[in-house]
Design a protein around this ligand. Sequence first.
Ligand code: DGJ
Length: 784
Amino acid sequence: MIRRFDGDRPLFLLDTEHTSYAFRVLPTGHLEQLHYGPKLEAISAEELLSLTEKRTFQPGAVIGYDARHPTTVLEDMCLEFSAGGKGDVREPFLELVHHDGGRTSDFLFAGAEITDTKPPYATLPGSYDESGRVEHLTVRLRDAQYGEELELHYYVYPDCDVICRSAKLINLSRQSLEVDRLLSLQLDLPDSPWAVTCFHGAWVREMEKATLTLPAGRFVMESRMGCSSSRMNPFFMLHDPEATEDSGACYGFNLIYSGNHYETVEVGAFGKTRILSGVHPQGFRFLLQPGDSFEAPEAVMTYSAEGFGGQSRNMHRFVREHIVRGQWKHKPRPVLLNSWEASYFNFTERSLLSLAKSGKELGIELFVMDDGWFGERSDDTRSLGDWDVNLKKLPGGLAGLGKKLKELGLDFGVWVEPEMVNVRSKLFEAHPDWTMAIPGKPHSEGRTQRLLDLANPEVQDFIIEKMTEVFSSADISYVKWDFNRIFSDVYSPALPPEKQGETAHRYVLGLYRVMDELTRRFPHILFEGCASGGNRFDLGILAYFPQIWASDNTDAVSRVRIQEGYSYGYPLSTLGAHISACPNHQTLRSTPWDTRFNVAAFGVLGCELDLRDLSAEERKKLKSEIALYKNWREVFQYGDFYRGRSGNLHEWTSVSPDRRMAVGLLLQELTRANTQFERYFPKGLDGEKRYHFSNEEQRLNLKRFGSLVNTVVPFHVKQDSPVHNAIARAVTMPGETEDIKATGRTLMAGVKLKQAFSGTGYNEEVRYFVDFSSRLYFMLAEEE
Ligand code: DGJ
């Protein structure tokens, strides 16, 4: 609920179910931030005045706003936004160069409106509401000297304790204006130090978590790669240095944007902490003619007193309900088989169909043909841009393959990378000026491909029409949309020299126009974003594509960390996760089959390996795992997610919204000898309900015990000998099963699991838990 109190000057209070956000108009017309955190339950302006800054003297070596307000020292105030130049020497929210070259702006309160709708943005994706509960506050400010208008927007989502912020600048002056930065969010907290947790990485190493406590100075998180990037995700947290998964103050921030982004946490000279987030100002310059306006993307913020976990669940609910949209929003996502790690570029219609058939037998629902089906694409050096089917590989075209897949009972999905072009392509030959490159200058390459200039509307139209042709040429129900290089030599041949500072942002706007149009034209298609894995995993993409391929790294042990990283800000329904071959293609690590399934199950499950190469035992296992996943799919994809321990052990629980079903993961990275007893701590269960706690029965290949086989057979068995293999085929070892009935309260106190193998003996009561082992635990409430 948004309330405005009008005493001497307006004061605004924005409430969600558990949080409050408050600010007021100062006598000068600036906006003082009063509070963001636990709910205040305030009912009057007087009550909130205890939160205002009181000062009757100006301290030394600072600037007072003006002669009438000498004690308004903007540098030492919590502000809704800061333009700089009037004494606030901390990093600004806004930087303008006015027509006279002046860089000082002074926006003062001019009015405000509250409505109960969320209008869509003109140029950018944003949050949206179907619950009828969103409220929208617009605060208008006018520059005292130059007359430009600044709008600050606040969207309040009470159900998930989220407030979104954004800003719009309108050039109401009579001269042109240069915008050097317009960020989306500024939050000034009155104290320090706070801890910052960011999620950084690189290709196949996305979402590594790093935390530091900031006593002074500035910490920057950013992407200058043109996309939101795996180097630093736009999602981050600010929290009490002592916060845990379940307790302590924790703020979460994200940006609904897919390009260069910039987030800073700064502790100023007076110990206040400023958080900023928005489009990266470096390399950015937008020119506004009189009457023009510029919209900054929406930033998302949440607060929870229940630590990282509470923060995450707020964000998850928000992303599921107010970012992801369309027919697939709440639909169970299909179990897919992707051809990439099974065949790379080397396939024919025949080989694909035989792969697909082997998948169908195991329960696969959707077959995805990855890169390599068009032009002369037999490696990654050519043909991007030539989206005509390679008839040597697929004589019946996409339609022919789609039809045969349908006959097998499978849906058909296709890979595209529409934003790119290879120099070795017909498209490049025909339109060399359609790529992002500085005319006449050498260009730096990434994966031997270039970016098409999406800042150019002609290029956007080409992509829309060409993709429309591809998507309607066959019965296609899924599209994987890839993006495999980052920006360099940033330049749009379609823009004049003075507008080149707009190129990177206009690219992103062009991309949104293309995605918007194609998702409108093909509402039934499930789109999965991808950018060499997670190089563009952000809320801007999720506003169009309900899921994203989280990483090109399919190794389960890497993935448990990567997916755990994403889980701080993104729900499981957005994470594409696949079972792949062993040794793994990115790490050459060997992990147990169960663990590969168990980790991939916490997300949108797929397979990405040659299923025809599996042993009969593996096929049987995979078949029953896919069936199990389908039974529990709603919980895996849409459950409330809880993290437990993280480190050598990873402990997760996903709980259905009615808390009748829960599934947990316990994964161990490395074994420590003779640690027999372990507990699994579920979370989020209903304390009163009685659950049946169990795991899947295991059958272990005897070879997992190596030469210990000699302790149980009367003759000597040489490892890997024909005799050893024959015994292993005939005999499997039973694994431990857990079978407990208890209330949620008892289970959450820590389930004592059966004894782990510790070198002295093995029977069906012993937990085989070696390096990279894991278990899924299922909790099903008894009927009431
Ligand atoms: C990068 C993706 O992340 C992979 O999954 C695969 O689609 C390749 N591109 C294809 O070139």
